[in-house]
Design a protein around this ligand. Structure first.
Ligand code: MTE
Ligand code: MO
Length: 422
């Protein structure tokens, strides 16, 4: 399409009104057929082989189509310590807001423990009137609730700190972020049962993996919206993501979402663990490091089209992407097709939930000229996702964690897509 489909642009570079998706007669790329030819397709085409014999029998646990075998997590292990590394969610290949459990990113410090739920226990102790232990069957009796939220590693997108734009697919760059429905027990219920002493301010959560990873969490957050999750997207949590029990701290950096949870120790001070001192802190231009920077600030990125995709023809495309904020709901996502000179408002797909992935979309008429696509998220606190230069000015150029700058995709005249700092 569509030199003959003149729709008014709402911003430079061919961005169209977000409501145009609802308009009839907008031509995307389907092959147009006459009625005669359409009938011929139905009547004369050879019958596809899968309609000629009965299909496969039932299966106990469904798997993706064999044609989708390329939609996988990219694993980045550590040659010296196989269990320490990450695998990334292929965000560029997914749609909607929920990450399939088998594609949720992974970050382990010492591998995935094989925990027998019949032997696993949770201990709550320290500054409480009554220390308690729970086995998994005990926990099943408590009232549960669901939280749909993203988990994002504080180190996600850290290639953005490099001085030259790294050319790789979205998932490899930004895929240490995923979104699930987590179901479990509000932590405040269990803390009330243990009767937390007024001297308690912190809670140290510890996992039952070989790294016994632990981190400190302010008690306020624990009492606010944390849950102890037993289920992920309806089924028991996958081993990689914390089976049989995990702490969920919505909107807060991945590391405090302790997996394989075995202990909650109530204290008056943080424990100063490795992952809140040596790691997951940010060196600032002043030379001081920022510690306990829990909240993941608003971020967005265009996943479709993005690096690795190719536009094969001029015409109308749907730009699609993800936005999220650890502070609450996304209220607006703006998209630019001219490198940030002008912006248009994208459509937010319902439901728009607090601390959850939000899917945005906007139609775009690509005329075949070079363009630079960007997206910018704004959350309910009024926070605006910064341009890269702004982020560097505030945080310095030597960061590693909490990179949330605007992402720019350059579309060249031949339709290939590159990552640029623009
Ligand atoms: N016990 C334990 N919990 C852990 C970790 C770990 O190695 N051990 N990694 C943390 C980090 S750094 C992140 S980003 C998240 C990743 O969660 P996921 O693997 O389910 O995506 O888990 C956190 N919880
Ligand atoms: Mo992390």
């Amino acid at each position: 399409m569509s030199e003959e489909n003149p729709v008014a642009t709402v911003a430079g570079g061919g961005l169209l009104d977000r409501r145009l998706f609802l308009k009839k007669g907008l031509v995307f790329s389907a092959l147009a057929l006459s009625t005669e030819n359409a009938l011929a397709v139905v009547n004369n085409a050879p019958r596809p082989p899968w309609t000629a014999k009965p299909g496969q029998p039932f299966s106990n646990y469904g798997q993706p189509s064999q044609y989708e075998r390329k939609t996988i997590r990219w694993t980045m292990g550590n040659a010296m310590a196989a269990g320490n590394g990450v695998s990334c969610t292929p965000l560029q290949d997914l749609e909607g807001i929920i990450t399939p459990s088998g594609l949720h990113f992974e970050r382990h410090h010492n591998g995935v423990p094989e925990i027998d739920p019949a032997q696993h226990q949770l201990l709550i102790h320290g500054l409480v009137e009554q220390a308690l232990t729970f086995n998994m069957a005990d926990l099943q009796r408590y009232p549960m609730t669901s939280v749909l939220c993203f988990i994002e590693c504080g180190g996600n997108s850290n290639a953005g700190w490099q001085s030259k734009p790294v050319e790789t697919q979205v998932g490899y760059f930004h895929g240490m972020a995923s979104c699930s429905e987590w179901t479990g027990i509000p932590l405040r219920i269990l803390l009330a049962e243990a009767r937390v002493k007024s001297s308690a301010n912190w809670l140290i959560a510890e996992g039952a993996d070989a790294s016994l990873m632990n981190v400190s969490l302010p008690l306020d957050k624990a009492l606010d919206d944390c849950i102890l999750a037993l289920y992920q997207n309806g089924e028991r949590i996958r081993p990689e993501n914390g089976y049989p029990l995990r702490l969920i701290a919505p909107g807060w950096e991945g590391v405090v979402n302790v997996k394989w949870l075995r202990r909650l120790h109530l204290t008056d001070q943080p424990v100063m663990a490795r992952n809140e001192t040596a790691k997951y802190t940010e060196l600032l231009p002043s030379g001081k490091a920022r510690q306990f920077s829990f909240v993941m600030e608003a971020k967005s990125l265009i996943t479709q089209p993005s690096f690795g995709h190719k536009l094969n023809a001029k015409g109308i495309y749907q730009i699609s992407g993800l936005a999220w904020s650890g502070r609450g709901k996304i209220i607006r996502v703006e998209v630019s097709a001219d490198g940030g000179k002008t912006w248009a408002q994208a459509q937010l797909q319902e439901p728009v939930l607090s601390k959850c992935f939000t899917r945005f979309r906007i139609p775009w008429h690509w005329t075949g000229k070079p363009a630079v696509l960007k997206s910018r998220a704004i959350d309910e606190t009024g926070y605006v996702q910064p341009e890269r230069a702004e982020l560097l000015e505030k945080q310095g150029a030597h960061g590693y964690f909490h990179y949330n700058a605007i992402v720019s995709w350059e579309v060249t005249a031949n339709g290939s897509i590159h990552h640029v700092y623009a």
